[in-house]
Design a protein around this ligand. Structure first.
Ligand SMILES: Cc1cc2nc3c(=O)[nH]c(=O)nc-3n(C[C@H](O)[C@H](O)[C@H](O)COP(=O)(O)OP(=O)(O)OC[C@H]3O[C@@H](n4cnc5c(N)ncnc54)[C@H](O)[C@@H]3O)c2cc1C
Length: 463
């Protein structure tokens, strides 16, 4: 597809429409990359403060057929916010107000550029809970989370972002603005466009406001750190916990290398973790009295499986230190080597087999992996490390390894990506995970929304 150029005339028009327009190399370079480490500079960066400014930008893009890429916090791991065809990058960072918290209806009205943690803390001050908590919650935006249907540890009990998205104010690629749903707990009016937009990775519409559902803050929580002498025992234990009749609020898995990377990244060895080749962190939430009974039951169920003492963390400080260790793993691995993340997901019962097959592929392809993630959801992040490989060898080996990992996930009843999206990095593997008919319907949907293919082209769809 041939796109128009960002000429001086286009920049002039943008400058008339939007207060903040940047064409300098430094700014373009900042917005050229995300957490994938790939680099695609946009021709121009705009930072609108209102939906009206975005409508004007979209109209200019339509007139000159220029690609537009919405960008949130730039923490994406599949390259969704990379302007692969250049053009206009729309940073949503200035639309960063929490508009209202409705404590009676249990709703928060927000702009998309609000940082996830900021929103969680604001609603918590009202006694309310917004559960989706990607490990990047300190820097990712609500708009990015909606676009990726992001999750995190607590999605296990509480569901992914989509569960909480009630209504979206959007701007379509042709410049129309409307609300997609209603602010009610029930709604059977027409097609549910809101849910079709969640997870659309910035390819169908630009979100300018969101209405999100809130629930009550759990009274208390308790974190159990369970050590195992093998990955196999740890992953098998997930099934045993589920069969115990207890519903934890999170079940996270870490292999030894992941934990060691995080500890050395934080230079924190003060958390006395038991020696182990793999760990499960099981969080329970609810009434304090029940938590300890449930913790005891889980410890008993796994008494013959664990390797050493089970650690119980109850104070806020202890829990936060442990969660911090968990949250920095991705960043910590990056300090060891550049990596690409395979966001593997299978039905929970196939988790032990998934890990076994991934470790086998590690040997076959000669690429080191570090594995950790949301074991309760059967969703494990397989960080594939580049090490010292030259570009050509790395790219060839990586592609084969990613293909094989995707095939394994599909064979085991899973799919291509659990929570990080298809984006740029995984788009060529989409046909391994979905049928031709499915892909055709998706292409038709894209065409209806975006007839000129100017909104975030080069994502999701294989070339
Ligand atoms: C250390 C680390 C840990 C992570 N942990 C998790 C985790 O536990 N769980 C998880 O799910 N993810 C995780 N992620 C991935 C990432 O943080 C999420 O995908 C996040 O939702 C991206 O949000 P963002 O604001 O940074 O979006 P960006 O990366 O800027 O953009 C992501 C996509 O959203 C689109 N977009 C952004 N804003 C809008 C908008 N207003 N309208 C329409 N489209 C928009 C972009 O075009 C792009 O396609 C992690 C990432 C890192 C670096």
């Amino acid at each position: 597809m041939q796109y128009g150029e960002v000429t001086e005339k286009v920049v002039d028009l943008l400058t008339q429409a939007v207060e903040e327009v940047y064409t300098d190399e430094d700014t373009r370079s900042i917005y050229a990359s995300d957490e994938t480490g790939l680099y695609f500079p946009p021709d121009v960066v705009v930072k609108p403060k209102t939906p009206e400014e975005i409508i004007d930008i979209v109209k200019i893009a339509n007139e000159f057929r220029i690609p537009i890429t919405p960008r949130g916090g730039g923490t994406g791991l599949s390259g969704g916010a990379l302007p692969v065809h250049g053009g206009i990058l729309i940073s949503m960072e200035k639309l960063n107000n929490i508009i209202d918290i409705d404590t009676v209806s249990g709703l928060v009205f927000t702009e998309p550029g609000v940082i996830t943690q900021v929103l969680q803390e604001a609603v918590a001050r009202e006694g309310l809970y917004y559960p989706p908590d990607p490990a990047s919650r300190g820097s990712c935006f609500i708009g990015g989370n909606i676009s990726e249907d992001s999750a995190g540890p607590h999605a296990f009990k509480y569901g992914t972002t989509r569960v909480y998205v009630m209504n979206l104010e959007i701007i379509t690629p042709t410049g129309e603005r409307f609300w997609t749903g209603s602010n009610t707990t029930k709604n059977t009016t027409g097609y549910n466009i809101t849910q079709a937009l969640v997870g659309s990775e910035g390819t169908l519409a630009i979100f300018t406001k969101a209405v999100l559902k809130l629930i009550s803050l759990p009274e208390d929580s308790l974190l159990l750190v369970l050590p195992f002498d093998s990955v196999e025992k740890a992953t098998n234990a997930v099934g045993k916990i589920m069969q115990s009749g207890i519903m934890p609020s999170a079940i996270e898995f870490m292999e030894k290398d992941a934990l060691e990377a995080a500890r050395s990244y934080l230079q924190d060895v003060s958390v006395a973790l038991p020696p182990a080749n793999a760990m499960l962190w099981v969080e329970l939430d609810g009434e304090t009295e029940t938590l300890f009974k449930q913790a005891e039951k889980i410890s008993n169920v796994l008494a013959n499986d664990v390797y050493g003492d089970v650690l119980f963390a109850h104070s806020d400080t202890e829990k936060e230190r442990l969660w911090q260790l968990r949250r920095v793993i991705g960043l910590a691995v990056k300090t060891i080597s550049p990596y690409v993340d395979a966001d593997t997901i299978v039905p929970r019962k196939n988790l032990p087999l998934l890990l076994k097959k991934v470790k086998n592929l590690e040997k076959i392809h000669g690429l080191k992996t570090i594995c950790y993630g949301h074991a309760g959801d059967g969703n494990i992040h397989v960080n594939i490390l580049r090490g010292n490989l030259d570009e050509k060898t790395w790219s060839e080996k990586l592609n084969k390894m990613l293909d094989d990992i995707t095939k394994v996930c599909v064979e085991l009843g899973g799919t291509l990506a659990g929570e990080h999206g298809t984006g740029l990095i995984h788009r060529k593997r989409l046909p391994l995970a979905i049928s031709k008919s499915h892909l055709n319907i998706m292409k038709q949907i894209k065409k209806v929304w975006d007839p000129l293919n100017i909104l975030n082209p080069g994502k999701i769809f294989p070339e």
